[in-house]
Design a protein around this ligand. Sequence first.
Ligand code: CO
Length: 529
Amino acid sequence: MTEFKSFVTSPLDKISKSMYGRNMQEINTLKQRLREITHLRSALAILQWDQEVYMPEEGSGFRGETLAYLAGLNHTKFIALDNDGLLSKLHQAVQAGEIVGDDAVIVEEVWRDFEREQKLPTEFVEALAKLTSEANSVWIKARKANDFALFAPYLERIVAMSREQAKLIGYNDSPYDALLNMYEPGATTSEVATTLEMLKTFLVPFIQKLKTSADQPDASLLLGTYPIDKQVDFNKHVAETLGFNFSCGRVDVSAHPFCTNFNPYDVRFTTRYNIEDIWGSVGSTVHEVGHGLYEQGLQAEHFGTPLAEYISLGIHESQSRMWENQVGKSKPFWQFFYPKLQAEFPEPFTSIELEDFYRAINSVMPSLIRTESDEVTYNLHIIIRFEIEKELIEGTLEVKDVPQVWNRKYKEYLGIEVPNDAQGVLQDVHWSHGSFGYFPTYTLGNLYAAQLFTQAKKEIPDLETKFARGEFAPLLVWLREKIHIHGKRFTAGALIEEITGKPLSSTYFTAYLEEKYTEIYQKKENRHE
Ligand code: CO
């Protein structure tokens, strides 16, 4: 990634060098210690990747022990950053204005994580890890047995410990703030709640309108038999064309697609294949490539510091979502790739027109399972989870009432009956991990993606015409310059405002949906092809 050298100079950089010369030695010591922690984290990431991709089933017990040991070591080393007062001293120097620019970003980002970590007693961290590890295996059983009552006592204890965690970390307004900030630094519960409420007000009637439209896309067109080896080749071709660098990365197969990196020159993503479903593998690939392109765009020269780390889960997800939806489910994208898809899979695609294929991959259908839902209804799945977990953490909802509330909201927002808890409240792994505050970052990602893509279209001439010619580099270069190379220099909110001139708003996303889906769901004669 050497072609994306840093040319970010904050005005502060110019005055910085002479002012904090005396802190230079300490900064270098901090960087050295961070580098050691990063080596540990890389090793952990490789083991976790291997666990999902290659490890034999029986290996899970000892692997779990190895991972827990290394995670503990990592935590200990991180807390030890301040054993000799080094980090506190640097933090004070930043506060006093003696350290500015990139070094200040490094110190303050490390300080923020450190401050949070050291507020949590080791016994608390261990107890939570033990509880969630048990809860996860109970959750797997409960989902299999369709028995919420089995999982409920664990969820109660996790909620109680998460509330305790929020109290230990501290918050101003809602205890949910403390948890949300672990994933989306700087976001507040009240802002997120307002934004999601606005989005819900748009989505519920919009989905109803699409559902009752006389001209429905035919998703059954996608049914077929797609030999796996051909899917592998096609997916690799797509990933390469979008700009994923396979000399600094790999693709493998796992049950749940994900992306990870060990360093900027070794970024791994996974996808999954189903012989009857080409769209599943392509959709997952393009999504994970979006994550991978972000990680390949982080600057190697800053590896081991927050300057080469992603900003937040929401921003990470904005990259995957933009490539998956704004790009990968657009007509220009398929104008380029469809002939290749038809050549690889003449059955069924030779007899299906591009227009009908495009409509099929974009059909909107309220459904029970979040991970299988389309880009429109997806956000209502998230809003339901956010509303429920916010109430659990704020103490206004009890665990025993969660299934009932869940089912009522699915009926109210998506118009569907939840037949059982396995396909309802028990479907997601997140709560068993104690990951409260995680869900809203998925929808924040969609909102960031739409707002950023609107800006990209303004700044890059004929962006979508370029897609139709197979030219994706202009968008990637734009994302690299605007987002990837900055690492953690900005918070998500500040970055969005810096790039688009406006704070985060759901209106870009709703305008995008309105334009795209009104056309897709229009009578054929009114559609512009
Ligand atoms: Co993702």
